[in-house]
Design a protein around this ligand. Structure first.
Ligand SMILES: CC(C)(COP(=O)(O)OP(=O)(O)OC[C@H]1O[C@@H](n2cnc3c(N)ncnc32)[C@H](O)[C@@H]1OP(=O)(O)O)[C@@H](O)C(=O)NCCC(=O)NCCS
Length: 173
């Protein structure tokens, strides 16, 4: 397995990312009753506004099978320094082989090296705890139960207040 950056302006990568995220989230319990996923549209919205800070692809035998995106997020009074991880997806037949974890670990390493305060996300604590994410009292994401609002911090600064993600997370077009 090999992890690499999305190639700027590369349409093949853009299509692969849409395919991976769509396929990963299709049938996910969060999309009850066969509702169509929307997560696959988010990387394109982030890219269009220049907010796709990090976009990593995992390849197996040269084929993209996993993807993770990071974008800036406002956290309480902090207008900069925090990043939101998501969406992250792995093609269903390739899940459970450590690809998602490897993508997330690499994303965290990159953001730490870049001097970020930390990374926040909305997700299943059962999965993300093993990657160092946890709930932080006083950290909220409007409309989401606090137990799913998770963070990793790289320094002393605690993420406090409401997370405001890119508009693309609210209403994928
Ligand atoms: C979540 C996802 C990215 C993880 O990628 P992956 O390559 O399958 O994950 P890994 O192989 O690194 O880790 C697999 C482990 O995580 C566990 N796991 C996966 N999703 C989980 C969840 N929602 N809650 C708890 N554990 C979970 C698996 O049971 C497995 O556990 P094990 O190592 O003890 O067997 C992938 O399963 C996926 O694309 N899911 C659909 C989309 C999605 O839910 N994205 C995240 C939204 S918050």
């Amino acid at each position: 397995m090999h992890i690499r950056d999305e190639r700027p302006g590369n349409q093949q990568d853009c299509r692969a990312i849409i395919h991976i995220e769509y396929t990963a989230f299709k049938g996910h319990p969060m999309h009850a009753h066969g509702a169509e996923p929307t997560e696959h549209l988010i990387p394109g919205l982030l890219r269009a506004s220049g907010d796709l800070i990090l976009s990593l692809l995992a390849e197996v035998e040269g084929e993209p099978v996993g993807h993770v995106a990071l974008s800036p997020a406002v956290v309480g009074k902090d207008r900069a320094g925090w990043y939101l991880l998501g969406p992250v997806g792995v093609l269903p037949p390739m899940q459970g082989r450590g690809i998602g974890s490897a993508l997330i670990r690499e994303a965290l390493r990159r953001m730490r090296d870049a001097g970020a305060l930390g990374v926040v996300l909305v997700g299943d604590p059962g999965y993300y705890a093993r990657l160092g994410f946890g709930c932080v009292p006083g950290l909220h994401y409007p409309g989401v139960p606090d137990q799913y609002v998770l963070a990793v911090r790289f320094g002393d600064r605690l993420p406090q207040g409401d997370i405001i993600a890119h508009a693309g997370f609210a209403e994928p077009a």
